[in-house]
Design a protein around this ligand. Sequence first.
Ligand code: XMP
Length: 534
Amino acid sequence: MSENGFSGFPIPDSGFPIPKHEPMNQRETILVLDFGSQYTQLIARRVRELGVYCEILPYTASADRVKNAKGLILSGGPASVCQDGSPSLDEKILALGIPILGICYGMQLLAKLLGGSVERHDNREYGPATLVIDQPDDLFHGLIERQPVWMSHGDRVGALPRGFVYLAHTADCQAAAMADGRRKIFGVQFHPEVVHTPEGKEILSNFLFRISDCHGGWTMANFIQESVEKIRQTVGKGKVIVGLSGGVDSSVTAALVGRAIGDQMHAVFVDNGVLRADESQEIREMFRKEYPLNLTISDAATLFLEALAGVTDPEQKRKIIGKTFIDVFATEAAKIGKIDFLAQGTLYPDVIESVSVRGPSATIKSHHNVGGLPEKLGFKLIEPLRELFKDEVRRLGAELGIPARLLNRQPFPGPGLAVRIVGEITEPRLAVLRAADTVVQQELEAWEGYWEIWQSFAVLLPVKSVGVMGDERTYANAIALRVVTSLDGMTADWARLPHELLAKISSRIINEVKGVNRVVYDISSKPPSTIEWE
Ligand code: XMP
């Protein structure tokens, strides 16, 4: 890069002073300002995959909040900058001298704020397009002239702001990319963060390493080192308790905290009676054998099932399970002695203050069954995964030596089978569901497409129907099969399973599970349905 910030082609002088940017923070960070795009999280993940720590902030973030970032990315968004009151940013940010990359709405906003024009189009350009690179410099360094890119926009930039040049065009869009190299402000109309832009990662890499002066090196090994030190500092000689659920997040939390403070940590696993077949046994063995910790397994099935007797309302079930869990956990904690901290596996998507990531499921069902614990028990909270996305947690787990089988487990809801039995929970109904669910798991795990599946399970319906087995009429339970693909559980689609696989699952359940004579396949997407039936 040349001294004035951009190399290789004539630079129109905007006449604006070039602010000097000197980030002060220790860990190099790229910030994404979120304007509501469905791809905002993807931008952050791509940046992290390139080895640079990245956080998402709402578009309302102040200049003071962002001033230490190495670079800033403005996400796309559903609004139009031409509308009154559309989302904007703290204009002082533009004077900080931080390199900026605006994507789609972010680009249009830059054009508007810096004195260019944005043309309103009611027809969206959506789908693949061919980008023709006019200026193969910093942002497009190393790319060949023609590139497939993914477009999804209505409005587009008309006249460029003073100081900007065109970097690339498509057949429909003259300003497919623009830049003011002196001020290191860039805009792209297409989405470099999606897989349909094959060289998108290269473009983001250029923004990070050629334009924003990042060095990279944010790896899981570094993360472990930083976290271990932080946990040791925070905990001192205190004691930590962690609730193990058998899922990925709590297991990785336990392993990480265990790595930091060893014996000062105690893990508690509560068997709530609504687990899948053999689950409690598997967890017992896995942790005792493969990852030894101070582990207490509390068999509280009877207590939970008594509390759930006669209850059919889904939210009521969740509340009872949540409350009983807290009681049991508190009792176990009291047995351990004085405890100072509770370690929880909260992930980044739960803490992002973003305008676009709060899907409807966050409020439709009351999810967090350990919510309330720290306040009630007076524990301080440590959340060592709160900066990580799910796939990063899996990588962290692998680095910590957790077996792949555990790390690749499908999500399983805290209220367990209780929200997969529509209606009352009784031992016999649990037995039917467990047996059917075992068949589903066995068949899906043996299927080559298993890794594409987000969740696969059986649901026991509150209906009986007529069937015929041998020469006899039956009147028995119906099982719904729910198999979905999803990226994050916020939206989901039903999996297009091969008919032979569906046939096998259905015939095995009906033949092997006593009390079931009908299997149906749930072909609803989320939204409008949810993944779980309750
Ligand atoms: P829904 O059914 O809302 O589920 O589409 C989205 C994701 O959340 C899981 N889920 C829960 N997890 N407690 C949990 O810990 C709950 O009460 C709960 N309800 C749903 C569900 O399995 C899916 O992965």
